[in-house]
Structure formats: structure tokens, C-alpha cells
Design a protein around this ligand. Structure first.
Ligand SMILES: C[S@@+](CC[C@H](N)C(=O)[O-])C[C@H]1O[C@@H](n2cnc3c(N)ncnc32)[C@H](O)[C@@H]1O
Ligand code: SF4
Length: 375
């Protein structure tokens, strides 16, 4: 079992908060798709003979690709990889691209899961975030997708935004739930270097919520989604039963994945590698028949640290049997001794063989996970 991630590095313009790798030069679109198809061939051995269960078009803005380009990419994946016929194929999409014609086309190509970037149901927020759509357009894009028969729709939201009050966030969550979608990814705003928000933050021009307000927004999200039957299966991810993102779940479970395109990361149980975050250099190197990546063999400690980071964020938590059977004893000892104080403070809970973050623990997850790592 394995996954393939495709990084589509184009955005019409850059949003104020985002530092994911993308460029605005869409003239390179066709050159990029040709290079990506070449990379698919060059990387055909990476997953061994593992069945590809999930394909994920991420970005950037994958919905800027047209139907022919998506078809070509999928045909090449099928040509060089052993693809499961019941696969999950996700496309990250911006609301301004999702017209009826486009939705029909991508559905006919086998895209069966959409992840739509709505971010906020408040037009003022969207303006500040430099999004290219209004709230009405965002709602219409979800309804269009539902009318075209998409039954697995996720939306992205951001909380902890400037000027965000609990009342405003409450309305955002209600608006999201009213759309009858199957999945919500809700991230707390992080201020990333080289973004417009970073500059405004340094100039003290962003009125961000306090830590307590952020915590209350997270709790409200947890409660309101739970009331509607959503499983909180990872710190930032909520899904109705049967609609968990298989691609991301596999990633958190430590399944192999191949990342293609500039800035994409890959992992094959023993090493990880990452492609160069530069489109021009990516195109040049791929055309010469090479893969523009750096590679790192994972040490035992890195494997342990990866295991802690990925598993503890999920509702399944960290399984000590797996820890025992796959890692040296010293890592288990280290984990158990460090975990004790968090158990005592009710930040972690131990259920059978699993250690899980409590609600309080989730709020402090970065600190707790950091403390459990081995250095
Ligand atoms: C890589 S983006 C791609 C999605 C798509 N291009 C879009 O804009 O809808 C994936 C998601 O990450 C989230 N994100 C990106 N930067 C973030 C930040 N600095 N803080 C919180 N969430 C962020 C947004 O919710 C975004 O939709
Ligand atoms: S949030 Fe999406 S559209 Fe905005 S810059 Fe990031 S990748 Fe591009």
C-alpha cells in the first residue's frame, strides 16, 4: 500500500498567509506537466511493487490544471505504477476554478475527492487574506460540486485569524456545517516567514487573538463538529464516518509515499527525499533525465521521532506494541519515562497499548511532542 503526492506549483496570486511553494507564471503549465510525467517515469521504481491506494494533487493550485493535463498525469501514473482500482484521488481546488464544466470534466477523469480552500465565511477576512473569491462564490462552488455528484468533499478553514472573535468563528463553523460536506480541515493561523502577514505582524499591524481566545476557538470547533457526528481524527482534521482522508491517514500511519513536482517530499520507510523548491531548476534537471532532490537515510532516532510526531497527532495515538516491535528498547524506555509527567498532568492518556493526547494535550501538542522526541 502506498500513496502518490503531486505538487502543482502554480497560484494566480499569493495569499497573505501562505508560504507553500508556488509561482504565478502559468505560461510554464504545459512544460511543467511534461516534466512531471517524465518524473513519474524516472521514479517508477521508488514504491517497489506496492499498490498505489491514493493519489493527491496538492499545491499550489491544482485546479489551475485543465482536464487534458490531469488526464495525462493520471495516464502516466497508471502506466508506471500498480494503481489500486478503488483508489482515492483528491484534488485541492480553489473556489474560483470550480465551475460546472470543470467539475464534470474532473469527475469523468476519476477525481473522487475534493479539498476546497474556503478559509473563512467572512468577506472581510477573505479580502485581508488576499483570496480570489467571495463567500458566495465559495458556497456556490461546494453546491456545484455536490450537484455534479461529488460525495467526498472537504473544506479548509483557518482560525486564530486577525480580529477573529469567538462569535465570528462560531458563525464560520455553522456556515461550514450547513454545507453538508463530509470533511473539514481547520488550521490555526501560523505566521510564516516571507508572507504578507509576517510583514504586517512585524509592523504590529495584525490584531491576533490571544492564546486563550485561540484555545476557545479550538474547543468550540471540536464541540460543534462532534455534535454533528464528525470524528476528530487528527488535530486539524474532522470527518464523518467513512470520509477520513485515506491519503493523509496513510501518511500518519507511516505508509510509503512518493512526492512528485517541485518541493514534494517522499518517504520509503528507510529514507526520505525532497525535490528542489524551484520550478525552473526542476524543469532543467528533469529534462536531463535526473531527479532534482536531496536524500537522507533515516537513523533509528529519526525513525522514532517521526513515529512520535505523526502518530500522536491522530485519534489512534501512539501504539506501544508497534514501538516495541519496531524500535530499540531504549526508545520505548525514553518514551515511557518522558510520557509519565504528561499522564500525571492529564495531557496524555493511556488506553490499553495506546497513548493519546487529551483535549488539553492537543492544545499543547507542539510542546508535548517536542518533549517526547529523542535527541
Ligand atoms: C497548500 S494550501 C493549498 C490549497 C489551495 N491552493 C487553496 O488555497 O485553497 C492548503 C491549506 O493550507 C492552509 N494554510 C496554508 N498556509 C497556512 C498558514 N500560514 N496558517 C494556517 N493554515 C494555512 C490553508 O487552509 C490552505 O487551504
Ligand atoms: S493558500 Fe492556496 S492559493 Fe493561496 S497561495 Fe497558498 S497554495 Fe496558493
Amino acid at each position: 500500500m502506498a500513496g502518490i503526492y503531486l505538487h502543482i506549483p502554480f497560484c494566480k496570486s499569493k495569499c497573505s498567509y501562505c508560504d507553500f511553494y508556488s509561482v504565478a507564471n502559468t505560461k510554464l503549465n504545459d512544460d511543467f506537466v511534461n516534466a512531471l510525467c517524465k518524473e513519474i517515469e524516472l521514479q517508477k521504481e521508488y514504491l517497489g511493487n506496492e499498490k498505489v491506494q491514493t493519489i493527491y494533487f496538492g499545491g499550489g493550485t491544482p485546479s489551475m490544471l485543465n482536464g487534458n493535463q490531469i488526464r495525462k498525469i493520471l495516464e502516466n501514473i497508471h502506466k508506471y505504477f500498480n494503481v489500486d482500482l478503488n483508489n482515492e484521488i483528491t484534488l485541492e481546488a480553489n473556489p474560483d476554478n470550480l465551475n460546472t464544466e470543470y467539475l464534470k470534466t474532473i469527475k469523468s477523469l476519476g477525481i473522487n475527492r475534493l479539498s476546497i480552500g474556503i478559509q473563512s465565511f467572512d468577506d472581510k477576512d477573505l479580502l485581508l487574506m488576499k483570496r480570489r473569491h467571495t463567500v458566495d462564490q465559495a458556497i456556490e462552488s461546494v453546491q456545484n460540486a455536490q450537484n455534479q455528484g461529488f460525495k467526498n468533499i472537504s473544506i479548509d478553514l483557518i482560525y486564530g485569524l486577525p480580529e477573529m472573535t469567538i462569535e465570528k468563528w462560531n458563525k464560520n463553523i455553522s456556515d461550514a456545517l450547513n454545507l453538508k460536506i463530509q470533511h473539514i480541515s481547520a488550521y490555526h493561523l501560523s505566521i510564516e516567514p516571507n508572507t504578507v502577514f509576517h510583514k504586517l505582524h512585524n509592523q504590529q499591524k495584525l490584531n491576533l487573538p490571544s492564546e486563550d481566545e485561540s484555545i476557545n476557538q479550538f474547543k468550540l470547533l471540536k464541540d460543534k463538529t462532534a455534535e454533528k457526528g464528525f470524528l476528530h481524527y487528527e488535530i486539524s482534521n474532522f470527518a464523518l464516518d467513512g470520509s477520513l482522508s485515506l491519503h493523509n491517514t496513510n501518511y500518519w500511519m507511516g505508509v510509503k509515499y512518493l512526492g512528485l513536482g517541485p518541493s514534494a517530499h517522499s518517504y520509503n520507510l528507510t529514507s526520505r527525499q525532497w525535490n528542489i523548491s524551484n520550478l525552473h531548476q526542476y524543469l532543467d534537471v528533469i529534462l536531463k533525465g535526473k531527479i532534482p532532490c536531496e536524500k537522507e537515510k533515516l537513523s533509528k532516532t529519526e525513525k522514532y521521532n517521526d513515529f512520535v510526531i505523526t502518530s500522536l497527532r491522530t485519534m489512534w495515538g501512539l501504539n506501544t506494541e508497534k514501538l516495541k516491535s519496531t524500535m530499540d528498547e531504549m526508545y520505548e524506555k525514553h518514551f515511557l519515562s518522558k510520557a509519565k509527567s504528561f499522564l500525571d498532568k492529564n495531557l496524555l492518556v493511556n488506553l490499553g497499548d495506546n497513548f493519546l493526547l487529551t483535549e488539553k494535550g492537543m492544545i499543547l501538542s507542539d510542546f508535548i511532542i517536542e518533549s517526547l522526541l529523542y535527541d
